[in-house]
Write a protein that binds this ligand. Structure first.
Ligand code: DX5
Ligand code: ZN
Length: 236
């Protein structure tokens, strides 16, 4: 079983003090740093490119989990790998633009981990041809583009569908992950939990990451949890 990993999304960080924000969540016990790259085309929002990823790499000690929400990952993959991405994920919805399998193999050939992501309305069946070329699948539990949206429980069955397909890698969920939703996600079989608002918005980030981790671990233990489950499904 893959370990529980908490991956704060820097989309919710204060970019005026980015180094402090990175170091704050690392000290608070996160496992990975999740970086949301948006191009204003694949999604209706813009964030940052390889230059900022490289800056984050300079002040980070945890792995960079880079989530490309861009229409042309073929054009930019090497720039993001050069910038220090440890894991590079792009969206299967860009499939018409090029050879998905070739890009996954290219990422791995550079010694990095390769991931594919699916929007809430994209069936995981589309990932079937690539399951052996993937280290991670990122299941969106909101429509990509913005932080702070409500978790969609309708995506939960995708985790078991992926396992039924023979996918043995890590499964990440992204969007609306918080104390009220993480147990359901973990019980479904997710092991990587991306959380923006829930972590960066917490007064006590140490306590919040510990709480998320504990809720996830208990839910994976078979749901014998005595905390958190009652509020599952809410976005709080
Ligand atoms: C959405 C991004 C997410 C998002 C998560 O497109 O991929 O990583 O920032 O933010 P919260 O946890 O606030 O939903
Ligand atoms: Zn993301």
């Amino acid at each position: 079983m893959h370990p529980v990993r908490i991956a704060p999304s820097l989309l919710a960080a204060d970019f005026t003090t980015l180094r402090d924000e990175v170091q704050s969540v690392e000290r608070a016990g996160c496992d990975w740093l999740h970086l949301d790259v948006m191009d204003g085309h694949f999604v209706p929002n813009l964030t940052f490119g390889p230059f900022i990823v490289a800056a984050i790499k300079k002040c980070a000690s945890k792995p960079l989990d880079v989530h490309l929400m861009i229409s042309d990952p073929w054009q930019y993959a090497d720039a993001f790998l050069d910038a220090g991405s440890d894991l590079l994920t792009f969206h299967i919805e860009v499939e018409d633009g090029g050879d998905v399998g070739a890009l996954l193999k290219h990422i791995r050939s550079r010694g990095k981990q390769a991931g594919l992501s699916v929007q809430p309305d994209t069936p995981v069946e589309r990932l079937r041809p690539f399951v052996n070329d993937l280290d991670l699948v990122l299941i969106m539990s909101v429509f990509a583009g913005f932080g702070g949206q409500k978790f969609m429980t309708s995506v939960l069955p995708k985790v078991q569908e992926l396992r039924a397909m023979g996918f043995a890698g890590e499964i990440s969920m992204d969007g609306g992950i918080a104390a009220g939703t993480i147990a359901d996600s973990a019980a479904a079989g997710t092991n990587v939990f991306v959380a923006g608002t829930a972590v960066f918005g917490a007064d006590d980030r140490v306590a919040r990451i510990a709480e998320l981790r504990q809720l996830a671990m208990r839910a994976r233990d078979g749901g014998r949890a005595d905390t958190g489950r009652a509020s599952s499904g809410s976005a709080s």
